[in-house]
Structures are given as C-alpha cells and as structure tokens.
Ligand binder design. Sequence first.
Ligand SMILES: [Zn+2]
Length: 237
Amino acid sequence: MIMAKLKAKIVVLLVLTFLAYTPVTTATDEIYPKLLDMPWDHSPITVYIEEENIPPHYSPTYRAQIDASLEYWEAGGNGHLNYVPQFQEVDRTDADITIVWVENLETVAGAPEGVAGYCIYQQNGDRYTHASIILEVGNYQGYSWQQYGDTNMQEVAKHELGHALGLAHSTDKRDIMYPTYEARENLNPLLLRSTLPYLIIALVIGLAILGYLGIGWRRSRCKRKELEEEVFGEWKE
Ligand SMILES: [Zn+2]
C-alpha cells in the first residue's frame, strides 16, 4: 500500500517534469512557438501610434515603417498566424495595441544593451487585453549616438507586432520572430528557458528526497520484520 503510494508520487513527479519540459522541446521542433493562438477576440484590432510625444532623435519616416509592418501582418506575415489580422488605427490611447517611442531603452527603461524594442502585454485567460510596444529610435555605438535607419526600425516593428499577435520567438534565424533585435521581454518561453535549470535541480532534489524516504521506509520495514519475528516467531507478509 505504502509502496503503491510511493510509486504514484514518482509517476506524478515525472509527468510534471515532462509537462514542464514539453514547451521547450516543441519550441525547437515542428510546432511554431506561440504565446497565444488567438490573442484578440475581435476584429479589427485597434492600434494607437504615438506621434506627439516623440523623442529628439525620432524620424518622421518611422511612421511609414509602422504602416508597412501592419500591412506585412495583414498580408500573412511570416505565415505562422492561424488567423488574418485586420488593423484599424485609432486616436485613442486605450487602443488594443499602443506603439510608443523612446530615445534609448537602456537609459529610459533600464533595458539591457542590444534591446531595440519590446512588447509588454496584459492577458486575461487566453486573450490579450492590451499590448504595448516600445521602440527606441537609436543607440550608443561607443560614445556616439546612432539613429536607427528605416530598415532596422521596420524589422523591429514587425517583430514586436508579431508578439502582439501571439507569436513567440522562432529558432529559425531567417524568421522575423528570431530574437535578433531584443533580448528582454515579458515572454513566457524565455522565462521557461531561464527557469529550466532550476526545474532540473528541483527534480534531482525531489528524486533524492524520494530515494531517502524509500530507504527510510525499507529500513523501518526491516526493523518491523525483526520485531515481528521476535514477537510472533515468524514473518507474515
Ligand atoms: Zn521578441
């Protein structure tokens, strides 16, 4: 009876570990990594693009890069959405997706070096309630300020919009969702990847505890056997 319980514990632990492991392994396999399959429960998805509170090195040509990025996803994007997004630009800051600019993410938002943009989303169940995209307009190359060109801006905007549409990071370097331009995001797959070593450590500790309990139980069983042999003269299973 106790043995059966112990076995059940081990099975549960292994299943949990397997489940925790699955998203990481599938992320590199045939299933495209997603944050959500269908993040918006309505269409069109409203978008607010900030044009008034802009940083000193903002370029008016960036606006066209955002339009091109929105059109890119409306036309199918990288082919990994299982829905066709439709966007509507609105003047309200309470839009589904807001796109704002900062001079430099490292200095303004405390992001690590090399981060050009990020997408923060609020989620309720399996839907987003809001996604906020923050793009920096340039970066320091040594001591000199380097403003981003339009091509760079469009790549980053497409990538961040991909997150706002439910896609996670791709492992394919040719894919727009490959994390070339930014490293820090509020993304579950990244979080999982960084917590995986801890999960493995937890598993090892868990197995060690179970092993210890198992040995302890076997020891007490032996003691009882000896005791019962003394009392009853023979061992009865
Ligand atoms: Zn990303």
